[in-house]
Design a protein around this ligand. Structure first.
Ligand SMILES: O=C(O)CCC(=O)C(=O)O
Length: 262
């Protein structure tokens, strides 16, 4: 059985910091299926709550064809899929933490927490669904901007990394895009806009002026990235509804020997 190894952790963190600001890895097939099923369970529970007459339509459908049914049934997508409805509840969270994927993260980083930006008193693991051709993606930003604007509380002597896992994607067409090495520059400009009850950062740079790179992530691949890395969703140009899972790891700073990830 593998356990935490300080040197493995240190070299992982150094790859992120001194490399392009991220590292890509993958979960095994079984974990991918488990996490897809957890999302489907919550997805169906939401449909049962907001639109019970349509539940049976979605029950036997793959999540990735959600957009076809949603359009046919004229679902109020934006209203239904607010963030609160896309955060795992504690039961799903506990199943999520039972995966090998989660144990592998514990082996790499040792003890860590997942952030609770939504103040739910439990760790926030949430998912997104992005329809092809619709503006459902997260805009380009660095996560640090949200924290600087007061979204979420940081425990003392810890640093953050974000994890984004592809559940249903078409590589390069509808996943995540990043600006490699952008975490090394500290003067990206943004301003705050009050939306959905919080101040959200909006980037001041023209997107065309950034070296945005569409990560060719397959379902089951994930990226762990630096808090200052510029990133955002790829506006869905594929054929399927993209599903992904995200969360923020909060890691004690004592793992930071030879790195400077504060
Ligand atoms: O998946 C997306 O569309 C955006 C993701 C994102 O902004 C994030 O992981 O912070």
């Amino acid at each position: 059985m593998k356990t935490f190894d300080f040197d493995v952790c240190s070299s992982f963190l150094r790859e992120i910091e001194f490399g392009p600001g991220y590292k890509i890895a993958s979960v095994n097939r079984r974990d991918l299926m488990t996490i897809q099923e957890l999302v489907k369970e919550q997805f169906l529970a939401v449909i049962a709550e907001v639109s019970p007459e349509h539940w049976h339509h979605f029950k036997n459908q793959c999540l990735s064809s959600y957009h076809i049914l949603a359009e046919k049934l004229e679902l109020a997508h934006e209203q239904i899929w607010c963030k609160q409805r896309r955060i795992f509840d504690e039961k799903l969270l506990s199943k999520f933490k039972g995966t090998n994927f989660y144990s592998d993260l514990r082996n790499i980083f040792g003890e860590f927490l997942i952030s609770d930006e939504e103040n739910l008193s439990y760790e926030n693991v949430y998912w997104r669904l992005v329809r092809p051709g619709k503006p459902d993606v997260g805009p380009v930003h660095a996560d640090e901007w949200f924290w600087k604007l007061g979204h979420g509380k940081m425990p003392a002597n810890c640093f953050r990394l974000k994890l984004w896992l592809a559940l249903f994607t078409e590589p390069g067409l509808n996943g995540l895009r990043v600006v490699p090495n952008s975490h090394k520059k500290n003067d990206w400009r943004y301003h705050a806009v009050f939306k959905d009850g919080i101040y959200k950062p909006v980037i001041d740079h023209e997107l065309e002026s950034l070296d945005l790179y569409n990560l060719p992530l397959n379902s089951g691949e994930y990226i762990i990235f630096h808090d200052r890395l510029l990133h955002g969703g790829i506006p869905g140009t594929g054929r399927i509804t993209r599903f992904s899972v995200e969360f923020t790891l909060i890691i004690p700073e004592d793992k930071l020997k030879h790195t400077n990830l504060r």
